[in-house]
Design a protein around this ligand. Structure first.
Ligand SMILES: NC(=O)c1ccc[n+]([C@@H]2O[C@H](COP(=O)([O-])OP(=O)(O)OC[C@H]3O[C@@H](n4cnc5c(N)ncnc54)[C@H](OP(=O)(O)O)[C@@H]3O)[C@@H](O)[C@H]2O)c1
Length: 386
């Protein structure tokens, strides 16, 4: 048996009844609970892992609040969440050649690649029978693991911030860049203006932009997070100066500010993982031929825009989900050289995981939230624990 967090349809229903169906009063900590689980014996291509560290991810809040779909209900009443982890290999099936006991690995959450490698489903979310990694142990297929780049210069918490967020940022980057380059060549415009709105994935997207020599702008309400990116040469814009785009005039003022920051050009690439009021601000900020890319809908799933305006400005809207296996390897190779994530100041204990999720949802963290699962770390990573 291993301890693992679960979310049940019953817990969601009972919390909704308690708060009279008011989504703003739902207490996620009452829905995500520490449970127990009996893991299967590893098959020939499977790996048994001891989970060392995980990061909190937003799909857990989607699962717990059932704001997109009621995934626990759809999956038979219960899920074991968690799709980003660093683990130690403790046992491998007889056909596994890539890993051996003692290796430290990171997971990815592409649960079922389609013929082109894109995920049909996400592990520990909508992939049937998938068991997540907010647990002390796990059994996974060897194809779901990548060797952790322990020599990349990042500490263990920073490495743990990246398994889900880095492939997402990398994927959005290569699509947005590719689409823009289809319209405007490097010879015509060597340096792009790149904007992203608050959040861990956006920060990584901008680190890629900066690393490739482009002008990068981070519009966030968090002074700590802006300061961390400014240290990497990424220009901070205070989103609260524009009232988080609550009214049309706020969006207009933001558009004016963007024009003045970019010599009248606007943003060639915009990363918007939030939608809601942020969407219009991103469209307003776009340059002609601009690309607006997203893999999230934290503040809203529906968007509306003026198709004539987007057409005349040649704007491309792109929707992504998650990387292909090859892209995940490429993203992992950029840990430390390109991706230097900002970590929330508290490292949470395993028992504090529900609180980490609540604080993430309440936007109270100064960086990516990390949860230490193993008290005793293997020798291979002990020197990486700050
Ligand atoms: N498809 C995928 O594979 C994938 C992977 C990872 C994430 N995502 C999605 O991407 C989104 C962001 O994820 P993340 O990991 O980057 O999140 P994160 O690090 O927790 O950042 C979320 C950001 O949202 C901003 N925010 C929160 N409430 C806001 C509000 N009311 N108005 C404006 N901004 C607000 C905050 O920015 P400031 O306070 O700094 O402005 C915060 O830093 C989530 O929806 C997540 O589900 C998708």
């Amino acid at each position: 048996m291993t301890r693992a967090y679960s979310i049940t349809a019953e817990a969601i229903a009972s919390e909704r009844a308690r708060v009279g169906d008011d989504p703003d009063r739902v207490d996620i900590a009452r829905i995500i609970t520490l449970d127990e689980l009996s893991l299967p014996e590893p098959g020939p291509r499977d790996v048994r892992l001891r989970i060392l560290v995980v990061s909190a991810e937003h799909n857990l809040t989607h699962a717990a609040t059932a704001d997109t779909v009621n995934i626990a209900d759809l999956r038979g009443g219960k899920i074991f969440p968690g799709n980003s982890a660093v683990g130690e290999v403790v046992e491998v099936g007889r056909e596994v050649t890539k890993f051996k006991p003692g290796d430290v690995v990171v997971t990815h959450c592409n649960g079922a690649p389609d013929p082109y490698g894109y995920p049909l489903r996400i592990w520990a979310y909508d992939q049937p029978d998938s068991i997540g990694w907010y647990a002390e142990e796990a059994v996974v297929g060897d194809w779901q693991l990548v060797k952790a780049p322990l020599e990349c210069g990042l500490n263990l918490w920073e490495i743990a911030a990246l398994p889900l967020r880095a492939p997402t940022a990398y994927h959005m980057w290569r699509r947005a860049e590719g689409m823009f380059r289809l319209k405007v060549s490097n010879e015509q415009l060597a340096t792009m203006n790149v904007l992203a709105f608050g959040g861990g994935v956006s920060e990584l997207f901008l680190m890629l932009a900066k690393h490739r020599g482009h002008n990068a702008y981070f519009c966030s309400g968090s002074p700590e997070r802006r300061e961390a990116l400014e240290a990497q040469g990424i220009v901070g814009i205070d989103q609260k100066r524009f009232n988080r785009f609550a009214a049309r005039d706020d969006v207009k003022a933001f558009g004016k500010e963007i024009k003045s920051l970019t010599d009248g050009q606007g943003m060639h690439l915009v990363c918007d993982l939030l939608r809601g009021p942020v969407f219009e601000a991103g469209i307003t900020a776009a340059a002609r031929q601009g690309v607006n890319v997203s893999a999230g809908w934290q503040l809203g799933t529906m968007v509306t825009y003026n198709s004539a305006g987007a057409s005349t400005k040649q704007i491309t809207l792109d929707h992504t989900h998650y990387e292909t296996l090859v892209g995940i390897d490429a993203a992992t190779s950029l840990y430390g050289t390109v991706f230097k994530p900002t970590i929330h100041r508290e490292i949470y204990g395993f028992e504090d995981l529900p609180r980490a999720i609540v604080e993430m949802q309440a936007n109270q963290q100064t960086g990516i939230p990390i949860i230490r699962v193993a008290k005793d770390m293997p020798a291979a990573v002990r020197s990486l624990v700050p």
